[in-house]
Structure formats: C-alpha cells, structure tokens
Design a binder for this molecule. Structure first.
Ligand code: FAD
Length: 447
C-alpha cells in the first residue's frame, strides 16, 4: 500500500496584511497583540479555539499567582495582568487572596473569555478564532506570512513581525527554530468544574485517591482546586496524564480521552466512598490543560539557579515570585522549591515532607527575572516567542511557566516587535533599554 499522497501546489489568498501577527490567543498572545496595538501597530490575532484565554479559559485553570514579591511588600508585576483583574473585579468575577503563596486570584474563566473579547475589539485588533496556524512562508531569510486554516480553507496573513504564542511553539518549530523537549516534561491535567463541592466538607479527597485510586488505575498525582468566582461551583484539578507528548497528534488525542476517564474515576471514588458528598459534574474543558511540551532554543536559556538565586538581568522583561512547582512525570506528587531555600514534597493522602534545597543565606532573593534574550529564537529577524515554550531548563520552567509570568513575556514580545519595526527592523538588535522604557510607559513594572 502506498501510504503517501502528493498534495498539489496551490496559490493561497492573502486575507490580511499587518504589522504584527500573533499566533495563539491565550492571555500571553492577547497581551502581545494589545500592547502592540496600543503603540499604533496593525495587529492580527490567530487562535485555534473558539475563545481567547488559552489554559486560563479553555482548560478551566482559573488561578493566577501574586503580583508581589515573596515578602508581599513590593509590587513586581503590573501591566495588562492587573488591568484584566480590574475588569474581572468590576464584574465580581474574581476572588482575591493577596497574601497567599498558593494563589492571589481565583477568577471566573467564562467572564474572562468575555473580557478578552472586549479587550481585543476595543484595541482595534483583527481577531481570527477557529483558525489554526499551519505553515510559515519564509522569503529571503525572513518570515513573510503564515498560512492558516479555518472554515474557509487555507488563507495567508502577511506581516512585518510575528509572535509565536502557541504554547507548543508551532510557528517557531515549523519555521526552523531549534526546539527541544525535556526528558520528564510536566504532565497534563484535565480539570473539572463541579457542583456541590460544599458537601465534600470533612471528606479527605487525598486519602480517598491514595486508597482507592489503584482500583481505578488512577495515577497518584496531585489534587488541588479553587472556587469559580461568582458561582457556587468549584474547579478541581486532580488528574495526571503522564508519558504522552501533547505536541504529537495521536498522543494529544489519547491525553484528552485519558484525562476525562480519570475525571470519571475520581467521581466514582467520591460517590462510592463518601456517599454523603453530592458532587455533580458541571463542566469539562474544551482542551486538556498542558503544562509543557516543546521549548524553543533562544539566545539565553534561563536556568534553575538563575531563578532560585534571583539573578537580575539588564534586559529583564518579566519578574516573578511563584515558587518552583514540579508536577512529576516519573513519580507521584509535586515538589515545591522556594526562594528562601526551603522545599516540600507533597503526595495526596501522605504527610508533607519538608526540607531544604540549599543552606540558609544571609539574605534570600524575593523575586526572579526573565531576560529578553530568552524569547528571541535568533534565526529569523522578525520572530519572537512568548509563553511556556520559552527557553528554560526544567527547574526554571517549573517556576516561570505560571500565567502572571507568561503574560509579561507576551507584553514584551508585542512591544519589542513595534520597537523593531520602528528602529532596526530586527528583533535581535533592538535597544533593550528602550524596550524596558517602553514597557514601563505602557504600565509594566520594570526592575
Ligand atoms: C492543570 C494546570 C494547572 C495549572 N495551574 C496554574 C496555576 O494555578 N496558575 C498559573 O498561573 N498557571 C498554571 N498553570 C500553567 C499555565 O496555565 C501555563 O503554563 C500557561 O497557560 C502557558 O501559557 P501559554 O500562553 O504559553 O499557553 P496556552 O495557555 O496553552 O495558550 C496557547 C494558545 O495557543 C493556541 N494555539 C496553539 N496552537 C495553535 C495553532 N497552531 N494555531 C493557532 N492557535 C494555536 C491555543 O489554542 C491556546 O489558546 C497550569 C497549567 C495546567 C495545565
């Protein structure tokens, strides 16, 4: 049997010409688009799903971490993260815990979808939903256009600059960036929105999962959740899909089905062993939540030591204080490492194991930074990456991957693209002092 066909060459209609084209519409991508548009750029934003927000909305992960340093005395994150929270606050769509190490905000993901629609339209951005990037068009060593596919078939968007905010780095990968995958990438999780969570009072879910999980071939991962603000519902994240690469078609399909199977198993365990709890399944994500897949090699790989020792960078574009948070592929539970040198190992239904990953120091760092170079792939003059595919080793990635940090990489990529357009024409050679100045002018906290 001949298992290959030749696709006939075809000419493709260019449906938009713009200054900046952003691939991927999580908050990372939306924020890149908004910051560029506010600087006067004509922007097209392409999203494969039917709404903006990425993991925060389509995968129901409704939690953002603190915009303060680890002492809670210094603000280190501003910009569109705070602007979006202000908008959600006005709609009573966010619960706030400003001094918690676990999360600062638990929001309503559906209200966030609507606010992101508004943000995009108010800023004059051209949105393309249900549209997937499929191929780059490179001419003379520059990205000339991206080919996308949607209900109308294949079309092209031509732009001067491109930001890959696809999470998996699809654009960078297909346009020749060097990419890598960690040996034990962080597992994926299918979240579930539940009714009746208050009836779980007194039920030790961790112990139930520890005891009864094996009967349901449920891997012992980690279980946490948050209220869905403005409702009586609860988002539970307690599944763990390991050993499947979500950037491979078949493995992504199997991940989705396995994640939902695990949700059903958790509900069965609750119903069979805690009959007093009346928990109903009210919602499943449009897409399994992905923590990690491909990374793009850039001009600087952020390391675990740089994060944990709070390395400062002259070209810093993002600040963060969220701990290193490793969801293990190869063993149960999670490991948390803090900037003060302490660490914890947590497994559902088992005592927490406390320790140190380093000896005490005279002063501990209170935040870490991401340099601009970590979002510059460097092989094309007009491509930046933003989001979880950035260049970071496993420990660094385990901290910087959270959304309040990724949001800032998006904002920086949008502002840097406009700066390049107006000065050198090349994202690799922009003046990073000017970039930091422009970021601060637009509301970012630049340190
Ligand atoms: C279960 C779970 C719990 C987590 N918990 C937290 C937490 O509590 N707090 C926190 O801040 N972070 C948390 N994270 C991490 C965080 O959600 C991710 O690291 C972050 O969302 C990554 O953002 P991103 O913009 O890079 O990618 P994503 O949010 O994955 O967005 C990528 C976007 O690109 C689109 N896209 C992809 N490919 C294409 C294509 N070819 N064409 C067009 N569009 C495309 C996708 O549809 C998506 O909208 C969690 C993650 C998971 C999975």
């Amino acid at each position: 049997m001949n298992d290959r066909i030749e696709e006939p060459a075809r000419s493709i209609r260019v449906v938009h010409e713009c200054d900046l084209c952003v691939i991927g519409g999580s908050c990372t991508g939306v924020f890149a688009a908004v910051r560029a548009a506010r600087l006067g750029a004509k922007v097209v934003l392409i999203e494969r799903g039917g709404a903006f927000g990425g993991v925060a909305t389509l995968s129901l992960v409704n939690v953002w971490h603190s915009p303060l340093d680890t002492t809670y005395n210094r603000q280190i994150i501003g910009g569109l993260t705070l602007e979006l929270i202000d908008r959600l606050r006005a709609r009573k769509a966010v619960k706030e815990r400003p001094r918690s190490p676990h999360y600062a905000w638990a929001f309503n993901p559906y209200e966030m979808m609507i606010e992101l629609d508004r943000l995009v339209l108010e800023n004059g951005i051209t949105p393309m939903l249900h549209t997937a990037f499929v191929e780059p068009h490179v001419v003379g060593g520059k990205l000339d256009a991206v080919i996308v596919e949607n209900k109308s078939g294949r079309t092209a968007i031509r732009a001067k600059f491109f930001v890959d905010a696809s999470g998996d780095g699809d654009l960078a990968h297909r346009s020749g960036s060097e990419c890598y995958k960690p040996e034990h990438g962080q597992p994926s999780t299918t979240c579930a929105v539940l009714d009746g969570w208050s009836t779980m009072a007194g039920v030790d879910l961790g112990r139930l999962l520890r005891t009864h999980g094996p009967e349901h071939t449920l891997p012992l991962g980690f279980a946490w959740g948050a209220d869905v603000a403005g409702t009586n519902q609860y988002m539970l994240a307690a599944t763990r899909v390991s050993g499947l690469d979500p950037s491979i078609d078949d493995e992504l399909t199997r991940s989705e089905i396995e994640g939902r199977r695990q949700v059903a198993a958790i509900l069965d365990i609750i119903r069979q062993n805690a009959p007093q709890a009346k928990v109903g399944l009210a919602g499943l994500p449009a897409r399994i939540g992905l923590r990690e897949s491909r990374h793009v090699r850039t001009e600087h790989q952020l390391t675990g030591n740089e994060v944990l020792f709070g390395q400062r960078f002259g070209d810093a574009i993002a600040n963060g204080s969220y701990r290193v948070d490793v969801h293990h592929q190869d063993k149960p539970g999670i490991t948390l490492q803090y900037l003060d040198g302490t660490q914890s190992y947590l497994v559902p239904g088992e005592p927490q194991v406390e320790g140190r990953w380093r000896e005490p120091m005279a002063t501990d760092p209170t935040f870490y930074q991401v340099p601009y170079r970590s979002i510059v792939p460097g092989h094309l003059p007009n491509l930046l990456v933003a989001g979880r595919m950035l260049d970071a080793d496993p420990i660094a990635h385990a901290a910087v991957r959270v959304m309040v940090n990724m949001n800032q990489t998006g904002e920086a990529a949008g502002v840097a693209s406009v700066l390049a357009m107006r000065t050198t024409g090349d994202v690799r050679t922009i003046n990073t002092d000017q970039l930091r100045h422009d970021l601060a002018t637009g509301g970012s906290i630049v340190i």
